[in-house]
Design a protein around this ligand. Structure first.
Ligand code: NAG
Ligand code: NAG
Ligand code: NAG
Ligand code: NAG
Ligand code: NAG
Ligand code: NAG
Ligand code: NAG
Ligand code: NAG
Ligand code: NAG
Ligand code: NAG
Ligand code: NAG
Length: 442
């Protein structure tokens, strides 16, 4: 049984927030950086694949939030702005999601973010596939003199997460001295799929918040949007690095940098690629890319996926390919499927692994190679996926019929190998190698 859910404490300075200096373009040891850690809780019955596929099911469908069916609750809340009776809530009926039941975060990136003055710090799931920032699901929301209710119901019910609450404006402290005033945040009244975290740090394109409000169809600016709007950062972007470390899930080895890229976290240059125009990937951090297997050192190269639209997503654990592409990958690698491990995992012999070529992610005119080690699940965590101890499992899985129109999803297994820039201002994604691109940690 593995249970790792540790956020090592880090220094938190509760300071008042006034004027901020502009942050230069590329910096080191940046004040606008937020550390984060990887949290894994696999004590429940869910495999990360199961969790991912439930999440991805919604991509490609219009997300039905059901806000129009919960008029009674809305009135109730608006009248008193207090916690309403969840057991009689229509919201629950209209949004039976998440299919996980009340189960919890299986695996995710977790950052601590302050809200209010003085700030209360909340543990939030770093999620580039949602735009609303939520607090209050576990640690109660602590109102201060910066908390202002918008008297507006906000609701998100898709994938593995269901949250329902009131939209407040509050001061959000990203890191000591870097704060956003009047940031709209959801304050959870009822939630599922978030425990033991307090909420979500929504870093998705703000369009993803469309139709989350009961009264208002306007979208909610993300924390990144507001940091930029308020002149605190010079560029409307957030960059992300994560140092893979298979047996130390509690280490804070991730970093989000708002408004700039951190030169110490990547090698070479960052290459930028336009966001895809193909829906539904275009609603997310989507790009057009192809996958190819082999080709290195004269080995035969196999096209796994022709150029198609897919997404890059911090809320997904593994790497997913459309069914056809997945079949070609299985064929090319000779991997076998262990069907008794929940949704199934590919595995291979050490001899096959020795010969495993890189899997290339081709985008624009660039190629980012997932080394053999990057294609496998950390062996020290095999028990977490109910695998056998010394078996080599692959992180490539099939999307199945989960997300029509999306041909690949690059989750944490990908993000831990490449520095990634989510550049809203220029509608593009940046990628660069890191010192861990070729690491042998798995
Ligand atoms: C881990 O998940 C299990 C089952 O979903 C839950 O009961 C438990 O409280 C969780 N523990 C932590 C620390 O999140
Ligand atoms: C919530 O509603 C249920 C069912 O009507 C009722 O039994 C319960 O007492 C209510 N709780 C509160 C706090 O009003
Ligand atoms: C709000 O609360 C903070 C912390 O208690 C205090 O420093 C500040 O003066 C208060 N501001 C107003 C306008 O009351
Ligand atoms: C909340 O902040 C937004 C800007 O982010 C502003 O338009 C809105 O009026 C604010 N709401 C309240 C109740 O102050
Ligand atoms: C919707 O929200 C926008 C931005 O916060 C605000 O300007 C507008 O007045 C709101 N409309 C309604 C009907 O509340
Ligand atoms: C990075 O870009 C600069 C300027 O275009 C170029 O001179 C340099 O060789 C590049 N470095 C690498 C590692 O590609
Ligand atoms: C798998 O490989 C065999 C030959 O090795 C080939 O005939 C077959 O078409 C391949 N299937 C796919 C889906 O690539
Ligand atoms: C290709 O050759 C280089 C240098 O000989 C070696 O370091 C690398 O591991 C080889 N790659 C593969 C996939 O065999
Ligand atoms: C790829 O390179 C060619 C030749 O340098 C250039 O014309 C083309 O615009 C590039 N394509 C992309 C997508 O960057
Ligand atoms: C396949 O999965 C089952 C159930 O988790 C496990 O007991 C078995 O050892 C696995 N075998 C391989 C080769 O992965
Ligand atoms: C795993 O843990 C051991 C003992 O704490 C340590 O020596 C080793 O470097 C760790 N491995 C990785 C990949 O961090």
């Amino acid at each position: 049984m593995l249970l790792v859910a540790v956020l090592a404490p880090f220094l938190v300075l509760a300071t008042g927030v006034t004027a901020h200096p502009k942050i230069p373009n590329a910096i080191r040891n940046t004040p606008n950086s937020v550390p984060f850690s990887k949290q894994i809780n696999v004590t429940g019955d869910l495999s990360p694949v199961h969790k991912d596929l439930i999440r991805l099911k919604n991509i490609g469908h219009d997300i039905v939030k059901g806000v129009h069916h919960i008029v009674n609750d809305v009135h109730h809340i608006l009248k008193g702005d207090h916690r309403f009776n969840a057991s009689t809530s229509h919201a629950r009926e209209e949004n039976p999601a998440p299919e996980l039941g009340l189960s919890d975060v299986v695996m995710g990136y977790v950052a601590k973010v302050g809200v209010g003055n003085p700030p209360t710090y909340y543990s939030l799931m770093v999620d580039t596939g949602r735009a609303v920032t939520w607090v209050g699901a576990n640690t109660p929301y602590q109102k201060t003199n910066t908390s202002v209710s918008n008297f507006e119901v906000v609701i998100e019910g898709s994938g593995t997460v269901f949250v329902y609450g009131i939209l407040y404006n509050d001061t959000v402290t990203i890191s000591p001295g870097i704060a956003i005033s009047q940031q709209p945040i959801g304050v959870s009244d009822i939630s599922a799929g978030i425990y033991p975290l307090d909420g979500v740090l929504g870093l998705g394109p703000k369009g993803l918040s469309y139709d989350t409000l009961a009264k208002n169809t306007s979208v909610i600016p993300t924390v990144t949007d507001n940091l930029f709007e308020q002149g605190t950062i010079e560029q409307n972007l957030v960059a992300m690095s994560f140092e893979p470390n298979s047996n130390s899930t509690s280490a804070i080895n991730g970093e989000l940098t708002f408004g700039a890229t951190d030169r110490t976290k990547y090698t070479g240059n960052i290459s930028y690629f336009p966001l895809t125009k193909t829906p539904p990937a275009s609603r997310y951090w989507g790009v057009d890319a192809s996958f190819q297997y082999g080709g290195a050192n004269g080995s035969a190269s196999v096209n796994i996926l022709d150029t198609n639209a897919g997404i890059i997503d911090t809320g997904t654990t593994l790497i997913y390919l459309s069914t056809d592409a997945y079949q070609r990958y299985v064929n090319a690698t000779g991997a076998a499927l262990n069907e008794t491990m929940g949704p199934g995992w590919l595995y291979m012999t050490p001899a096959q692994y020795e010969k495993l070529p890189p899997l290339s992610f081709n985008i624009g005119n660039s190629t980012f190679e997932l080394t053999p080690n990057a294609q496998i699940w950390p062996r020290e965590l095999n028990s977490a996926i109910r695998g056998a101890d010394d078996v080599i499992y692959l992180v490539i899985h099939s999307l199945g019929d989960s997300s029509p129109g999306v041909d690949f999803v690059c989750g944490m297994a990908f993000l831990e190998r490449f520095y990634t820039v989510f550049d809203t201002g220029n509608s593009r994604i940046g990628l660069a190698p890191t010192p861990f691109t070729n690491a042998e940690t798995n």
